[in-house]
Design a protein around this ligand. Structure first.
Ligand code: ATP
Ligand code: MG
Length: 410
């Protein structure tokens, strides 16, 4: 039987709700172990904010710390020490990979609320009115006995990639193994990281810190090896190389070389490989290694710039031009080779080479001044906008360029 005084107190105040989250999991896993209570998660199948307000009205042992009516949540402090997180049951939806969830509906039945959670072992609940009976609608108890981390639903890592780090943490902390389906979901996620997902963000950072700060153990080492093996650095920044998968990169290089054969040289191949080798170095390491190897200035620029290259997010000729024009060709090739959507990246680079690279303006800054624009930022802005128009085919030669500027000035 679970003995937590505050729960008796809530029960005697007539609060109808459920204890959920890690405390329930940890208690059921090891009932004789004293619980480390820093915070407690209480779910109310109704309006948690209203319930929290009633509690502080009826008992002065409780204090409200915060309420978030839009999310249906409230933070209470019990006896000046223990934090209670009150949440209304809810359903959620995700607008895109790694975006924050939106509340869909508040006050749903508990069995619907648990479906927004991550793993089956984290869906277990105890009713405040009967702490002896476990409410288990998702097979959490069976997975707890089998010491298994199992995602609750398909597409869960896609919704929220920080769950990957949570799964690593729970496996390492509890000595559990991942279910086969959970492994499959990770592999599916990693082979098709959505183009819109950049990695990083608050939740990834928090979960990374929580995983890395676990006490040292063989389970943690196992988790770290897994992190390395699966190149999970990509969760921090998807532009980081996937541990350099050489066979795949070599295949990609063959394809790229074939598509860009008109521009290809053997030197380019070496520069690309060199940049890939340097890619996993920190900037300081890369600079030091470049010096040690005696790379020339332009070779050093190529290896360093390769690390910064980002494909434009939209297929806009102006943006494509700017992304590639600022980069040495070899660095742009490295960016393309490492792109999440390689095929699209190859198309974009060959489009740039064939259609955009040769386009230059005939109009100069002096021409614009001659039209009566005073010297200043405006001149550069007009030239940039004009170049975008020319890249889009809206103007063809100097007469049209000047007419375009004059129209812009009206
Ligand atoms: P710990 O004991 O380490 O705090 P915990 O399971 O309580 O583990 P929390 O991060 O405190 O973990 O989250 C509380 C509960 O909220 C979890 O048990 C889980 O049900 C749910 N949860 C937290 N983060 C997520 C997430 N990213 N996706 C889905 N559910 C989550
Ligand atoms: Mg917790």
């Amino acid at each position: 039987m679970m003995r937590i005084p505050v729960l008796d107190e809530l029960k005697s105040l007539g609060v109808e709700g459920y204890l959920v989250g890690g405390v329930v999991r940890d208690f059921l896993l090891n009932p004789s172990q004293p619980l480390e209570l820093t915070d407690l998660d209480i779910t109310i199948a109704g309006d948690a904010v209203a319930v929290a307000l009633q509690i502080v009205e009826r008992s002065d042992k409780f204090q409200i710390l915060e309420t978030y009516p839009n999310f249906g949540t409230a933070k209470l402090l019990y006896n000046g020490t223990l934090v209670l997180d009150f949440a209304s049951t809810r359903t959620e939806s995700y607008a895109g990979c790694g975006s924050l969830p939106q509340v869909e509906q508040l006050g749903v039945p508990l069995s619907q609320d648990v479906l927004r959670r991550d793993f089956t072992i984290n869906t277990l609940a105890l009713s405040l009115s009967n702490l002896d009976t476990v409410i288990d609608t998702c097979g959490g108890q069976a997975d707890l006995s089998a010491r298994t981390i199992r995602l609750l639903k398909p597409g869960s890592f896609l919704e929220d990639p920080s769950r990957i780090l949570r799964a690593l943490r729970f496996a390492a902390r509890l000595g559990f193994v991942w279910a086969e389906d959970t492994h499959d979901q990770l592999d599916a996620f990693l082979t098709a990281i959505p183009a819109s997902y950049r990695g990083g963000g608050e939740r990834i950072k928090t979960e990374l810190y929580r995983f890395l700060s676990l006490p040292e153990s063989s389970h943690k080492v196992h988790g770290l090896q897994f992190f390395e093996e699966k190149s999970l650095y990509r969760l921090l920044d998807t532009r980081l190389p996937p541990g350099i998968r050489w066979p795949e990169l070599s295949n990609r290089l063959t394809i790229l070389k074939d598509r860009l054969s008109a521009y290809w040289t053997d030197e380019l191949t070496s520069l690309i490989y060199l940049s890939l080798v340097f890619f996993s170095f920190s900037e300081a390491q890369a600079v030091a290694a470049a010096k040690q190897l005696g790379l020339t200035r332009s070779e050093t620029e190529i290896v360093l710039k390769s690390r910064e290259f980002a494909l434009p997010e939209q297929a806009d000729p102006g943006l494509i031009y700017e992304a590639f024009m600022l980069m040495p060709f070899a660095s742009a090739c490295v960016g393309v080779l490492l792109a999440a959507d390689f095929k699209k990246a190859v198309d974009t680079l060959s489009y740039f080479k064939a259609n955009l690279e040769g386009i230059t303006l005939e109009t100069t800054g002096d021409d614009i001044l001659a039209l009566g624009i005073p010297p200043g930022e405006k001149v550069g802005q007009l030239l940039k906008a004009l170049r975008h128009a020319k890249l889009k085919g809206e103007v063809r030669h100097k007469i049209e360029e000047l007419a375009w500027i004059q129209k812009e000035m009206l």
